[in-house]
Every structure is written in C-alpha cells, then in structure tokens.
Design a binder for this molecule. Sequence first.
Ligand code: UDP
Length: 322
Amino acid sequence: MHKKVVVITGGAGFIGSHLCDKLIKEDFKVICLDNLITSSTGNIKYLLKDKNFRFIKHNVTKYIDIRGKVDYVLHFASPASPVDYLKFPIQTLKVGSLGTHNVLGLCKEKRAKFMLASTSEIYGDPLVHPQPESYWGHVNCVGVRGCYDEAKRFSEAITMAYHRVHRLDTKIVRIFNTYGPRMRINDGRVIPNFIYQAINNKPITVYGEGKQIRSFCYISDLIEGIYKLILSGINEPLNLGNPREFTIIELANLILKLTKSKSKIIFRPLPEDDPKQRQPDISRAKRILKWQPKIKLEEGLRMTMEWFKTEIILALLNPKKA
Ligand code: UDP
C-alpha cells in the first residue's frame, strides 16, 4: 500500500519537527518545508537519513511547487516567540497571509487535507477566562504583537473561506503555550529563559510583578492532540493546551526549586500588550477528541531541563556549531 504523503511547513521548528517525528513513526512520507528563519536543521538531523523524509529549504510566502500526490498539508511555519515576531514583524505577517494563501492553493490543487497551526494569541489580552473557542478575542491590531495576532486571525479567516468556497477539509488548531526539548534556549520565551538563567545562576527575569497567568503544555501531549485532530472530521477551530494555570512568579519559583539554583529573582518592565491571563478551555477537545494532557508541569520541566543541559554542554564543546 502507498504511504500517505504529508507536507509540513515549518517542519524544522520546535513543534514542526516533533510533528515530523510523529508522522514518520505513523508511517507517512514527510516533506518538510522551512526557510530556517527561526528554526534549525539540527531539529531534524535524525530524520535527514530516513528515506521517507525530505527537507526542502523554501520560504512558503513564495509559490510552492511539489510534484506528485499530497494527502495532507500542515501549515506550521511562522515565528512564534514574542521576541522573534517582534524582530521579524513583516516576515510574520507575510507567512500568515501570503504563506497561508500559497499553502491553501497547494491543498486545492492536490485536494489535500489542511491543518493550520493557529494560536491562543488570536484571543489577544482576553477578557474572558478561560478562553473557549467561541470567544472572539480582544486584540490590539496596531500594537507590537498585532503582527502575529492579526496574521493568525487572517490565516484562520482564509482557511474557513477555502473550506466554505472550495470545500477543502480544513482544521484549525489553536495552540496555547507549549514547551519542551528543541525550543531554542535564546528564543526569549519564559521557560527557556528561566531554565537558562537558573542553570547558570544568573538572575531570573520576571516581567511586571509576575502575576500574569499562563498554562503550559508539554510537547508530547500537544503532538498527541494534533495527531488526533488531523485524523478527525472536525473543521471548526479547536483549542489544545494544558488548562492547569500558574502565575509567572510561581513558575520562576518552581524552576528555582527543580534546578536547586542560587539565582535571585529580578523584576523587569512588562512588555507592551503582554496578556494578563491565558488558559485554554479544552472541553471540546476532551469531548470530541477524547484528548487531555497527561504530563504535569514539574515532570515536563525536568525533561526539558535535561535536554537544555545537554545542549549547553554540546555548545561549549563545539562553539562553532552553536
Ligand atoms: N516572561 C517573563 N520573563 C521572561 C520571559 C517572559 O516574566 O524572561 C513573561 C512574559 O511577560 C509573559 C509570560 O512570561 O507574561 C509568557 O511569555 P512568553 O514569551 O513565554 O509567551 P507569551 O505567553 O507571552 O506568548
């Protein structure tokens, strides 16, 4: 029997590369597209030798030409850390708009099923807590985070338009804060920052008073949810994340405890438009996909810390590659 062919954009990124691993394991042929703006082939180095895996360096804001049949296209390309999208606002807007348009065009041509990686950022600084899929959000379109929030909101809108007009089978996954191995240690997000600082006994930089709320999902839980969604018949947006919430100061203290670090906590100004609260309402995912996250924060942090420690040692041994 012929294997199903899946194209993954952003497949060398943090979530994209875990998705490549999962689909290779599930016996798919994987074509990974990535322009490596915020990702690295280091994330897919074990897959490069696999005959069912192909990497193409390509920017999906340009026309995408893939020969042969394609069964699924998963659109995961985009800068996703606030530090990254503040640095690359135009690229972020382009990959969410032009990129999503090109990828949907590829799906239409191949009659492939489509999945958009959307985000909890489409809810902005939410006034409803926790956030169900039915909440329309509270977004500052001209603020500094607008480039990401609006790009993803546009992506969702054009996805639904292709679903309605061209009858494409489309899925939209709204991903809440996710963490785990293969995040870049310098990507600026809170978990890599705190782990790096704690391991090196540097000050832990809490923004604002640290009272803002986030909930963190371990990567393997997220990937299980995404895989179930790919195979499902759902076309409406679906939240995936871990609903257990923490304040940022609680997270800092937990990482200090787990690393037995001597670091002190220091307070830095809260970035502009930083959401005060964020927690997924996952009732729909629980009901329809029979999915819920299993890994507790403490367990996930331990696995992530082990990985970061190895990365730091490898970088010290081989500074050129780092
Ligand atoms: N944050 C922090 N210190 C850091 C990095 C982030 O206190 O060194 C805070 C940030 O202000 C935000 C939360 O941690 O309230 C999560 O930030 P992250 O960049 O991980 O992603 P976000 O949830 O804002 O998209």
